[in-house]
Ligand binder design. Structure first.
Ligand SMILES: Nc1ncnc2c1ncn2[C@@H]1O[C@H](COP(=O)(O)OP(=O)(O)O)[C@@H](O)[C@H]1O
Ligand SMILES: [Mg+2]
Length: 346
């Protein structure tokens, strides 16, 4: 058997006249947890619906486990789908909700009971099997909907922003839980999110999407540390992105600029763009001066926006240092050591 669970080949997805996803090529490996990450409207849900068979492609192919399923109806694809809304049957118990698909497939009673109980155990819901959805918390309902998909032993499980209805604390718990479920079951999972920290935390690989195209694909570490484009850099927190101008006759270092103006660096970079995370900017010393335009307390850090020759520079400093005040003049540095050099032209 090949290592590829799902292969999207030149997949074009459209609504009437709008092409949502043009000619997408993507191989999803067996047993991996891969995330589709990107801003709202970039085509994540559309891609999931196509894999599930809920939307016919305009062009291209979908291969699952080596079989071309492009023309195969949704109920014959053995693909599981979990949404942010749990879509449980309100009048059925937890057990019966999880059993639903197995009953449709006329699974023998003993096997059905065994599989449902195992599924409920897997998501930590064994003790709540008799409750109806209204008697369960949002997190518990989401666990049930996960179990309902997992008991069907899908070839691939699609999870479309499954955590976005949960509160912040529960989201963190469910992240860990999803990772554990994936390791334990070995089921190939495609996880959709617009939240970069969620994708970074739980994925084997991340597909960063922009306007229906793949902007960058790789491990969380690679995306976080080596974003290849300004879009990718911005998405993983390089909030200060500058264009690099051609060297001038009056300054020996590179000049960076944006719509607001210029800053002269004391070193040279050969790139289209250069970027810093707020934490990569040195505050309180350095060759550049600016004015504090905003101060925000953020727990361990204090975030300053510094108005500079090249517009606002977002910075963060240790919150144990006494706070500066809006209007204060302050020095800062944009060091090469913390910069991300972006050579891509788009
Ligand atoms: N039912 C629809 N009819 C027309 N256009 C749609 C429909 N659903 C989504 N779109 C468009 O397709 C693009 C991708 O949408 P979607 O896949 O839902 O994005 P995401 O899930 O990444 O937020 C968007 O431009 C969106 O406006
Ligand atoms: Mg969506």
């Amino acid at each position: 058997m090949s290592d590829i669970a799902v292969s999207l080949q030149q997949l074009t997805l459209a609504y009437d006249n709008t092409i949502a996803v043009p000619q997408l090529d993507l191989d999803i490996h067996r047993g991996e947890l891969i995330s589709l990450l990107g801003p709202s409207g970039c085509g994540k849900t559309t891609t999931m619906r196509a894999i599930a068979g809920l939307m016919a492609p305009r062009d291209g192919k979908i291969i699952i486990d080596g079989d071309d399923v492009t023309q195969v109806p949704a109920n014959k694809r053995e693909v599981g789908l979990v949404f942010q809304s749990y879509a449980l049957f309100p009048h059925l118990s937890g057990f019966e909700n999880v059993a639903f698909g197995l009953r449709l497939k006329k699974t023998p009673a003993a096997e059905l009971t065994q599989r449902v109980e195992a599924g409920l155990q897997l998501v930590g819901m064994g003790h709540l099997a008799d409750r109806k959805p209204a008697e369960l918390s949002g997190g518990q309902q989401q666990r049930l909907s996960l179990a309902r998909s997992l008991v069907m032993k899908p070839k691939v499980l699609l999870l479309d922003e499954p955590l976005s209805n949960l509160d912040a604390r529960l989201r963190l718990d469910m992240r860990t839980e999803l990772q554990r479920l994936q390791r334990q079951t070995g089921i190939t999972m495609v996880f959709v999110t617009h939240d970069q920290s969620e994708a970074l935390a739980l994925s084997d690989r991340i597909v960063l999407m922009k306007h229906g195209r793949i902007e960058q694909i790789g491990s969380p570490e690679a995306l976080y540390n080596q974003p290849q484009t300004t879009f990718a850099a911005d998405f993983v927190g390089y909030e200060n992105i500058f264009a690099v101008a051609a060297p001038s006759s009056t300054h020996s270092g590179s000049i960076i600029h944006n719509d607001h103006g210029n800053l002269e660096l004391d070193y040279t970079v050969a790139a289209k763009h250069i970027a810093w995370r707020p934490g990569g900017v040195i505050v309180g010393k350095g060759p550049h001066t600016g004015t504090i335009a905003a101060v925000a307390f953020a727990g361990n850090q204090r975030e300053y926006v510094i108005d500079s020759g090249a517009g606002p520079v977002k910075t963060e400093v240790d919150a144990s240092i006494p706070a500066a005040t809006i209007g204060d003049k302050i020095n800062f540095d944009l060091p090469l050591s913390t910069a991300r050099i972006i050579t891509a032209t788009s």
